[in-house]
Design a protein around this ligand. Structure first.
Ligand code: HEC
Ligand code: HEC
Length: 429
């Protein structure tokens, strides 16, 4: 049974009822010279406008999709899928539904919350060891991802067994935290073509070679794709991430991820797995996928001259070389996601961040390489950087090393008013 959510219903009316009253919107300034308001597709920005009866004739008010709401421009069927997806995303799985034997939390929204789909800053641990200069994820010891919860005592036909949370083994030489990332607007990121990301990397190689990024080529359902999700861009599609997270965060197997995680690498313990058969037929994965696909992007704060000055500084000192202000999606079966401009402030490419890297190699990404973190929605985040070490955007900037060092140094040399303007701009994203 779906719960009735009055604001979503209202929003639905606003979105579907007021097509003709849309205003042109201002988009992220790409260059200082671009600061004049430019028309853009409101659907891409997740913004719906409508007539406000309290305003005088000829005056339009903008209505913003609240954070955690669906992207504007969905049809009724898509809206229904968003709502059903959100419900599954919030659902606590039970042992009978396949939770565990080891897991991190029992629902997606335990970590992706504040509002649903965001992040509460929950961190998880990865580990491994260096052997002759090569990273070993120690899969035989449950690496690289720790599952820090377990079912405890279970009684099965093979007898009783106690599942305990995984720990970083003594032999590990690398261990790193990664915080939960927010999922707002990721349907747009999913709809960007591989070719666009490869072209962006080539363009960076020509125009800003010292900070140029690398596409993370990953295997995805039998294809080689450009990864873009996760702190290392280690996953190419939202659909794959949904199945991956279901298994690795919650211990629930599904058709694309049928193999249960062996607790601390001990596959013998799986004899006592209370639900050894495939845990989910894939329906829940489709629902997580729907929720994330239709989840709207964060809204930018209304602009003012101070923020606009900060946007120019952002461009001038080279932040925008990696934190790409604007991107365009390819064709999508979802009208609201098809050929839309959006403002993630990331190139979704890997960069050598020197000492800031987390030391974990994953796919083709080495220990120093990290994905440019998208800056949209920055102001509603509890902590920053992959391990949450930074309490403020200022702290996060000061930690940039490797390919980010020069921009950090230019930031340090800014006159105080320019630095203030830059930070005001970041808070507006
Ligand atoms: C225990 C906390 C936790 C739970 C539960 C959890 N996640 Fe996450 N999620 C994370 C963390 C941490 C990351 C960053 C992972 C990384 O890059 O290593 C993440 C990243 C993601 C991303 C990539 C977003 C981006 O910025 O590229 C997606 C998509 C995602 N999670 C979906 C889900 C779904 C769907 C579920 C439920 C099936 C789920 N997560 C459950 C903690 C969690
Ligand atoms: C060489 C590419 C590069 C440049 C240049 C760069 N960044 Fe970053 N930025 C990154 C990467 C990669 C991360 C994620 C690093 C991590 O968490 O390990 C990041 C993270 C951040 C974060 C934290 C976001 C989060 O989600 O936690 C902020 C804020 C930020 N950058 C702002 C800036 C600003 C402002 C500038 C200009 C002074 C800048 N960056 C220049 C690549 C870059």
């Amino acid at each position: 049974m779906r719960r009735f959510t009055p604001w979503l219903f209202l929003l639905f009316l606003i979105i579907t009822g007021c097509e003709t009253h849309r205003l042109p919107l201002s988009t992220a300034p790409e260059r200082a010279s671009d600061l004049a308001a430019s028309p853009s597709d409101s659907a891409a920005l997740g913004i719906a406008e409508s007539r406000d009866p309290t305003l005088g004739p000829g005056i339009e008010a903008r209505r913003y999709t609240p954070l955690g709401g669906p992207i504007a421009g969905l049809d009724g069927a898509e809206m229904a899928r968003f709502l059903a997806g959100q419900e599954e995303f919030e659902q606590q799985e039970s042992i009978e539904e396949g939770l565990g034997p080891v897991f991190n939390e029992a629902s997606c929204s335990t970590c992706h919350s504040g509002p649903v789909g965001g992040t509460n800053g929950r961190a998880e641990t990865r580990f491994g060891r260096m052997v002759g200069g090569v990273f070993d994820p120690m899969t035989d010891r449950g690496g690289s991802l720790i599952q820090d919860h377990a079912l405890g005592v279970v009684n099965t036909e093979h007898g009783a067994y106690t599942f305990v949370p995984e720990k970083v083994p003594r032999e590990a030489t690398v261990s790193a935290l990664r915080i939960t990332t927010p999922l707002f607007g990721l349907g747009l990121v999913d709809a960007v073509t591989d070719a666009a990301l490869i072209a962006l990397a080539q363009q960076e190689g020509r125009t800003s070679p010292s900070t140029a990024g690398t596409p993370h080529m990953v295997a995805d359902k039998g294809m080689t794709r450009v990864g873009r999700f996760g702190w290392k861009a280690q996953v190419a599609t939202l659909h794959t991430f949904a199945g991956d997270a279901y298994l690795n965060e919650m211990g629930v197997t599904s058709p694309d991820f049928p193999q249960e995680n062996a607790p601390q690498g001990n596959s013998g313990a799986l004899l006592y797995n209370p639900v050894p058969t495939l845990n989910n037929d894939g329906e829940a994965v489709e629902q997580f996928f729907d929720f994330m696909t239709f989840l709207g992007p964060p809204q930018r704060r209304p602009r003012n001259p101070h923020m606009d000055a900060g946007a120019a500084v952002f461009q001038q000192i080279g932040c925008a070389n990696c934190h790409t202000p604007s991107m365009v999606t390819g064709d999508s079966p979802v009208q609201a996601l098809s050929r839309k401009a959006f403002q993630p402030f990331s190139d979704f490419l890997l960069h050598d961040m020197g000492s800031l890297g987390d030391g974990i190699a994953q796919g083709q990404a080495n220990g120093r390489q990290m994905r440019t973190a998208p800056l949209w929605g920055l102001s509603v985040r509890p902590t920053y950087l992959h391990d949450g070490r930074a309490r403020t955007p200022n702290d996060a900037i000061l930690q940039h090393a490797g390919q980010g060092r020069d921009a950090r140094n230019r930031y340090l040399q800014l006159a105080p008013p320019d630095r203030e303007a830059l930070l005001a701009f970041l808070r507006s994203l």
